[in-house]
Ligand binder design. Structure first.
Ligand code: AMP
Length: 249
């Protein structure tokens, strides 16, 4: 069994986002970038499947600028075997990512593709679903438990108000949710070893895939400033404010 994991380089989740002055997007200059947290969970799951003896190889794929190699190297330090960067400086929207991932899937023939359920920068939650549709494969989104059987996977999904367990046939696309596992940290010796693991760079322009954006961002704005809180004197005042000012009870 071969597993392909998609890892995106995003602004680190601890960074306070700054909107560009011209409101065209988020300022990423001199900002710490890291692997999308959901993708760390995806890599961890792939490693656990391999440690359980159910997979032979983990290939990580990232799409974007040359610096995505750092994200791939981190996944290699965690335990993935090799990496592929589909490189471009152009903006990649989820449909473009899905199409380029399809290109890689057709080259690599994995049995399983694992992605994060969403990237914390665009919050799209689209790529896995689009990839499964483009490939004509089954999909299991928002996974909080994955069990691999013979030619199939049993996946517990986080849905509104509870959990749903489905069985999908392989090959399949799984997108992972927060509670699936707790990712490990990379150990220093493994970070050193990861430098020697294979990392192939493909130019997105050479894939023949049309990855031009289909959406235009009109404007990006900061969320409204929260008003300062106030201290109430007693429960009666609190109830009065909730009832008559906030109108929430
Ligand atoms: P999204 O649909 O943008 O919310 O992203 C969902 C998931 O798709 C992410 O958690 C990643 O696993 C994968 N993904 C999205 N964009 C990229 C990218 N540029 N490179 C690698 N994986 C990506």
């Amino acid at each position: 069994m071969k597993i392909l994991v998609a890892v995106k380089r995003v602004v680190d989740y601890n960074v306070k986002i700054r909107v560009k002055a011209d409101q065209t997007g988020v300022d990423t200059a001199n900002v710490k970038m890291s692997m999308n947290p959901f993708d760390e969970i995806a890599v961890e799951e792939a490693i656990r499947i391999m440690e359980a003896g159910k997979a032979k190889e983990i290939v990580v794929v990232s799409l974007g600028v040359a610096q995505c190699q750092e994200t791939i190297r981190y996944a290699l330090a965690l335990g993935a075997d090799r990496g592929i960067l589909v490189q471009t400086d152009d903006e990649l929207q989820p449909l473009a990512v899905a199409k380029l991932l399809k290109f890689v899937v057709e080259r690599e023939n994995p049995d399983l593709v694992i992605l994060g359920k969403q990237a914390i920068d665009d919050d799209s939650n689209q790529t896995g679903q689009m990839l499964s549709a483009l490939l004509g494969w089954s999909q299991a989104t928002f996974a909080s438990k994955v069990e691999l059987g013979d030619g199939e996977a049993t996946v517990t999904r986080e849905i509104d108000g509870g959990l749903e367990t489905i069985r999908v046939s392989l090959p399949t696309v799984i997108s992972v949710d927060l509670r699936l596992n707790e990712p490990r940290y990379a150990k220093l010796p493994n970070i050193m070893k990861a430098k020697k693991k294979p990392l192939e760079v493909i130019s997105a322009a050479d894939t023949g895939v049309d990855f031009a954006p289909r959406l235009t961002t009109l404007k990006v704005t900061e969320p409204p400033q929260r008003e300062a809180g106030i201290r109430v004197g007693n429960v009666a005042q609190l109830l009065d404010k909730l009832r008559n000012e906030a109108k929430v009870i």
